[in-house]
Design a protein around this ligand. Structure first.
Ligand SMILES: [Zn+2]
Length: 248
């Protein structure tokens, strides 16, 4: 899954190749400006894919989108004003797997240009003011740590203060294990924030993008007034690969 999303981001950011280089690198029958549909395998030209809102023209599968791209496609041009973009995770556990948590964050930021797993801001959609939170699977599988939790709560605060509806796009592998129990606490924290939206009668819409799983699904993703989902999105608490590993 992570692989698929990386494809979209690197295609967009990579420098233009010379014509000869393109011919060298393109696999037979597939142009280097094309990617294959995740579901039906049809090669799709990137320009055609973008024109079709990143849905496969053949089978309508919704291809992965970066948070920035999703925002660009959704809001009125130039209306998005981000908050919390400089917030960054601390490393309370001094967590180390193959590399330190801090190095992992720095590397992903350098690779993808994404600073955290959720981007939040004010925007207008067809002139309607909203508060928007969009998750990005390319950043550590869209996992929820302290920054994601805090950004969501700040978005709720703004929605209440400014009487704007809150719209959230989720795509996540769940809680961020590198932050241990603190990441699990974000489930309680975001759930309490949603409760305040309800008390204040602020509309809350959540859109489940592929995949939405784990602690994000089990907290704010499924607590909205209106819940939509991408067609055929993987929506579950525990993903199929983890279940397979656990029970064979
Ligand atoms: Zn397809």
């Amino acid at each position: 899954m992570e692989q698929r999303i990386t494809v979209e981001i690197t295609k967009r950011d990579k420098p233009e190749l010379k014509k000869e280089e393109k011919q060298d690198r393109a696999p037979s029958g597939v142009s280097s400006n094309a990617i294959s549909c995740t579901k039906c395998g049809t090669p799709i030209d990137l320009k055609d894919l973008e024109k079709n809102w990143f849905c496969c023209p053949q089978c309508d599968f919704h291809m992965p989108l970066s948070a920035r791209k999703r925002i660009e496609l959704l809001v009125d041009p130039g209306s998005f004003s981000e908050f919390g973009e400089k917030w960054t995770s601390t490393d309370p556990l001094n967590f180390f797997d193959l590399k330190s948590y801090q190095d992992r964050i720095n590397d992903i930021r350098a690779e993808t240009g994404v600073k955290e797993a959720m981007i939040c801001g004010r925007a207008t959609i067809s002139d309607h003011p909203v508060v928007l939170c969009v998750m990005d699977f390319a950043f550590m599988g869209g996992s929820m740590g302290c920054v994601v939790g805090e950004k969501f709560v700040r978005a709720v605060d703004i929605a209440i203060e400014e009487r704007r509806p809150l719209i959230v796009f989720t795509t996540s592998g769940g809680a961020r294990m590198q932050e241990g129990i603190l990441s699990l606490m974000q489930m309680a924290k975001t759930t309490c924030a949603v409760q305040r939206l309800e008390t204040e009668k602020i509309p809350y819409i959540s859109v489940l993008a592929n995949p939405t799983t784990g602690g994000v699904l089990a907290s704010f993703a499924l607590q909205a007034d209106v819940i939509l989902a991408e067609p055929e999105a993987l929506i579950c608490f525990t993903g199929p690969s983890v279940i397979k590993q656990t029970i064979g």
